[in-house]
Structure formats: C-alpha cells, structure tokens
Design a protein around this ligand. Sequence first.
Ligand SMILES: [Zn+2]
Ligand SMILES: [Zn+2]
Length: 144
Amino acid sequence: MPAFKPLHERYEIADNGCWLWTGARQRDGYGTFEVNGKCIVAHRYFYEFFNSTRIPPGMHIDHLCKRKRCVNPLHLEVVTPGENVRRSLMKTECKRGHPLTGDNLIIRPTGGRDCRACGRFWSKVKRDKRYAEYYTKYNALLDR
Ligand SMILES: [Zn+2]
Ligand SMILES: [Zn+2]
C-alpha cells in the first residue's frame, strides 16, 4: 500500500492566495482524497478541519474564488443551497469588464472581492500622476 501523502503536499498556492488541489479530482471538478477506501471531498474537509466544525447537513460550501479546485479555508463559506444559486448569478466581471475569476480575482480577508487588473491600473495612474507632477515642477525650475 502506498504511503499516505500528507494533505499539505497535495495543493499549490496560487498568486491570488488560492490553494489549488493537485491531487485526485471528482468528475464534477472538486478535489478528493481517499482515507481507508473512503472518498473525502477535499474542500469540505479543509473547511471543517480549519474551522474545527462540521458542515451542517444540507448546507453547501461556496467558493468565494469560484475555483472548484481551491481548498483554502478562507475562500470557503457555508451557504444555504438557495444562497449558492443566488451567488452563482453574482457579477463575474468588474466595472471595467475584467473577469472576476482566477488569478484576476483578489479576495480580501473580509470576504470582499477585488479586480487585480484594476488595482494595477489605479496604482499605475497614481504613479503616472506623481511623475507628471514631478516633471512639471522640474520644467518650471528650468524655465526660470
Ligand atoms: Zn480560492
Ligand atoms: Zn477590473
């Protein structure tokens, strides 16, 4: 019998903080692992383990990051089946039309969702503005 591969060796951490399951996957895309011949759904296990709780029967686990493979407990939330449906209708694009999925989606510790591309855009705007101010002052000095 092969040695049990520790669970922390079965996922890789993505840039946006997702823990992407690299182990076996179910037909529906969710990560899974086997203990004593029993199939465990990885993200549900991670949620229960890190929150020291049981998922109440009938409740769903929603991925804030929309990645089925992700097992980061901070990206998982217990929701009612109805809430899950409502969430799936949630915006999948930011105001400027970037996809709010995958690496472009940043999840704040408070559960809010941000667009990475827009964050980059605004920091560039701020930087460009600083340069513009600098050059204006500099040119003003030269004109004297
Ligand atoms: Zn995630
Ligand atoms: Zn955006």
